[in-house]
Design a protein around this ligand. Sequence first.
Ligand code: PLP
Length: 421
Amino acid sequence: MHHFAYKGGVLHAEDVSLDALASDVGTPFYCYSTATLERHYRVFSEAFSGADALVCYSIKANSNIAVLRTLGQLGSGMDVVSEGELRRALTAGVPAERIVFSGVGKTREEMAFALSEGIYAFNVESEPELTALSEVAAGLGATARVAIRVNPDIDPKTHRKISTGKAEDKFGVPYERARDLYREAAGLQGIAPCGIHMHIGSQITDLKPFNDAFALLRELAGQLKDDGVSLEFINFGGGLGVPYRGTNDVPPHPDEYANVVLDAASDLGCRLMFEPGRMIAANAGILVSRVLYVKEGTDKSFTIVDAAMNDLIRPTLYEAYHDIWPVDEALRAAAQRKTDVVGPVCETGDYLAPDRDLPPFAPGDLMAIMTAGAYGAVQSSTYNTRLLVPEVLVKGSDYAVVRPRPDYDDLIGREKIPDWL
Ligand SMILES: *Cc1c(COP(=O)(O)O)cnc(C)c1O
């Protein structure tokens, strides 16, 4: 459920008209709904209300500091994958003791910074990383609280580029090696093994892979207790899918997901941790774009809009489907025809919706590319020397530009021509 709906014939974000917003901010732009972000966070966290649970929103999905502040104020922790993301979380006012640090390639500088800030735990992804973290922590006289990320070799049945829990994926430590690595960790200076971590992939719409993976987590937790590791928490990662195709895909409700988790772990006496990203942010954001031209090709038409793959790369990177809604509700009733919605970037892969049945958009019309709040703006670039797309946060009838569109000086002015040229 989200808070983008037609009111008086015009698509609104909560109580803000997207037509008016487009006139004020210019297109293209991302628009996020506070009520939707809050709702998703609450639905997820309330699914675990009877347990000692900490939800650490995975900020790589949408890391705008206004979004982080919104979630942090509800009590959310954060899952970060770089020093930059850690700095964002801290800037947004999220306490360090609610922050965990994931990722296969943390540098020693990043480790030292995270230790100095006193984060809750590191999700360690390999033996050499564990050794490096031990050296850095010991050198600072600090203790790194550690969960080892276990790779269960389970197929999450999602797009290959967002599967992370198969043996061929670069993430985590093979399940069979994990127990030994905990033994080793217990003997390392500056390391306090206190949790287990797993994250098997993203946009998962079937509970079976979770069920299989969590059974392994349970087994490992039992073994570690036998080995005398004092296990404080189990981190189940993120990965719960969202409906990209209107009512056609129905991902499991957080309550159903919670049942799978609680079946596996409610009696282990551990804190339950989660890192949802997409599930919180995807439906809470849209990309608004204006039609520039409609071009009739030999076999089909092209609807050329002012947003492009540099603003939203998911369609070309993951073959992702995003619903498209006209901002003017009257267009919805018109007969549909097939068109390719494409951007101005000089790449054949620059499309937002290939081969899509849509009403007849005309130049000047606005469209909303739905479910773009996660892995949208964060993956935007300035390819083709296009200005980075701005972000707007709506709350009720208020809105604020939370990342302004840069100007060309910002974009080109940092480059230098050497003296010898
Ligand atoms: C990306 C990521 C997540 C979030 O995944 P979603 O599918 O967006 O919920 C959680 N944990 C880790 C370690 C990740 O890399």
